[in-house]
Design a protein. Structure first.
Ligand SMILES: *[C@@H]1O[C@H](CO)[C@@H](O)[C@H](O)[C@H]1NC(C)=O
Ligand SMILES: *[C@@H]1O[C@H](CO)[C@@H](O)[C@H](O)[C@H]1NC(C)=O
Ligand SMILES: *[C@@H]1O[C@H](CO)[C@@H](O)[C@H](O)[C@H]1NC(C)=O
Ligand SMILES: *[C@@H]1O[C@H](CO)[C@@H](O)[C@H](O)[C@H]1NC(C)=O
Ligand SMILES: *[C@@H]1O[C@H](CO)[C@@H](O)[C@H](O)[C@H]1NC(C)=O
Ligand SMILES: *[C@@H]1O[C@H](CO)[C@@H](O)[C@H](O)[C@H]1NC(C)=O
Ligand SMILES: *[C@@H]1O[C@H](CO)[C@@H](O)[C@H](O)[C@H]1NC(C)=O
Length: 453
């Protein structure tokens, strides 16, 4: 949600607001937009803005292996065609100077501010208080502070550790002849009543689950604007999984899945579709209790076959009995990012009858992969609508290529997307969802050379 001036004024009037973010259209360079952060803390000695706010780079100074050390630009130096990529693994200071450092007001009132131009895109952020190295800053010690006035989308407090906002594209300042970095497909759709669906978290009965309560597990669900207005109508259903270290709220909080779906539907790329974003940790106690954002957590990613069996047993029937969704494979899809892409591959191989569409987004697959004899044994494998996607700067690129090589060798046709600005990060996964909707979802099967053209 963008922060309006009204909220800012209200906050000052009742002097309750301790933090906010304001987005200004400036009509001047370098990007046409400026973002103002404000955070109040009278005891802090240093405040950095961390989370998903990264330095920028460009394609001429970055490769898939060098982006962590090369060409990191402060957004004040933004040039059209610049993009941000995940910089997790950056050396800690003093080797590297983080660009987003807040300044304390001279008045001694503990007001910290930072103003920066930013180009089109979705950014997530949290404040790093007296802590210089994000991976070491924890909520428990008060060193990682979530904006209390723009809380994340989540079910239970603690399920998300960053808030987010989106900056629009300004063609005058951001158009690049080399690269399209317009992410406005993830902005709020116009005409809310007609175009905007709803998104909420939901608890379901899942015996053995250890979060958010014993035998209760959770997911987030997107219902398109039309949902509930057409008596008896059953909607196509997309399951969309998070990756390692995440949960079912990520796709909305960090990826604005609902906005992307609203825009795909509004522009006629897909019919109204329901989306369910499950959570694959804490389904049972076998791997230990996973706490979102706990950097020292050693809880492993649960094995995909175990997750598949659990979701098939408890989540899928629950969703079918509580929502107006269609129940045959032709109108069901499963997609996921990273380890969620591994889960999508697991569903493709071992739940082939349940879904006709599969999206492996930046999949961290390691094989073994299917081969031609597997396809002979299960011909349905070659009759599905598949997309395998990855970013040009994505560390899983070699894994996703191996998966594609195996599909090629097995005679399986699929849609491919290489995100040209993409690392293993949310702008890549948004792009992958956008193109999955445009090129794959609910398209006639089997796929041929004309599919998606
Ligand atoms: C203010 O900063 C201190 C560290 O000096 C931190 O422990 C505390 O949680 C911060 N308070 C707020 C409201 O962010
Ligand atoms: C981060 O924490 C690890 C483990 O406690 C420690 O070894 C490392 O020095 C810390 N890094 C910084 C930059 O504080
Ligand atoms: C789900 O259950 C947890 C734990 O009881 C609760 O805190 C949360 O509010 C519930 N969420 C919903 C959407 O009902
Ligand atoms: C985070 O994970 C570590 C290692 O698993 C654990 O010792 C610690 O208690 C966890 N932190 C919280 C707040 O639960
Ligand atoms: C699948 O469900 C859709 C919507 O409910 C329906 O139109 C279609 O006929 C069904 N297909 C099969 C093969 O049952
Ligand atoms: C599919 O099921 C088989 C047999 O249970 C299992 O060995 C395999 O790991 C599963 N996943 C994939 C992707 O083959
Ligand atoms: C295909 O993979 C299966 C294991 O899924 C293996 O048993 C078989 O030998 C492989 N066939 C070929 C032709 O490589």
């Amino acid at each position: 949600m963008l922060i309006s001036t009204a909220l800012v004024l209200l906050g000052l009037a009742i002097s309750r607001v301790s933090a906010f973010v304001t987005i200004h259209k400036t009509c001047k360079g370098p990007t046409g937009y400026e973002v103002e952060f404000r955070y109040v803390n009278t005891t802090a000695e240093r405040v950095l803005i961390g989370g998903g706010i990264q330095p920028f780079t460009d394609q001429f100074h970055t490769t898939g292996t060098s982006y962590r050390v090369n060409g990191r630009y402060n957004p004040h130096d933004y040039r059209p065609g610049d993009f941000y990529i995940s910089n997790s693994g950056l050396p800690a200071e003093p080797a590297y100077k983080w660009p987003y450092e807040m300044t304390q007001s001279a008045a001694g009132d503990g007001v910290w501010t930072y103003t920066t131009p930013l180009p089109s895109g979705l950014y997530s952020y949290a404040y790093l208080v007296d802590c210089n190295y994000a991976p070491n800053c924890s909520i428990d010690t008060g060193q990682l502070v979530i904006d209390p006035d723009m809380p994340p989308f989540m079910n239970v407090v603690g399920d998300q550790v960053a808030s987010s906002f989106q900056v629009p594209f300004d063609a005058k300042f951001q158009t690049s002849p080399e690269l399209n970095t317009n992410f406005d497909y993830a902005l709020d759709a116009p005409d809310p009543a007609a175009n905007r669906g709803t998104v909420k978290t939901e608890n379901y009965t899942s015996p053995g689950s250890i979060h958010p309560a014993p035998d209760v597990h959770d997911f987030a669900v997107y219902l398109p604007a039309e949902y509930g207005r057409v008596p008896g109508k059953k909607y196509p259903l997309l399951y969309l999984s998070h990756g390692a270290g995440g949960n079912g709220d990520d796709w909305e909080n960090l990826g604005r899945m609902s906005h992307i779906m609203d825009n795909l539907i509004r522009l006629g790329h897909i019919p109204p579709t329901v989306v369910v974003t499950p959570s694959f940790y804490n389904l049972d106690a076998s791997g230990g209790f996973f706490i979102y954002g706990n950097r020292s957590s050693s809880v492993p990613v649960p094995p995909a076959p175990l997750v598949r069996e659990n979701l098939e047993k408890y989540l899928f029937p629950w969703v079918e009995s509580h929502y107006d969704v269609c129940t045959n494979a032709s109108c069901r899809a499963f997609a996921g990012l990273s380890m969620g892409g591994v889960l999508a591959y697991e569903m493709y191989v071992n739940a082939t009858d349940l879904f006709d569409y599969y999206g492996m987004f930046s999949p961290a697959t390691t094989g073994p992969y299917i081969n031609a004899s597997d396809v002979t044994a299960n011909p349905a494998l070659s009759e599905k609508g598949i997309m395998v996607a990855y970013g040009l700067y994505d560390f899983v690129l070699p894994m996703a290529r191996d998966l594609q090589t195996a599909l090629d060798a097995s005679g399986i046709r699929y849609i491919n997307r290489v995100t040209p600005f993409g690392s293993h990060y949310w702008n890549t996964w948004q792009d992958e969802l956008w193109w999955f909707g445009r090129k794959v979802l609910w398209k006639p099967l089997p796929f041929g050379v004309q599919t998606g053209r």
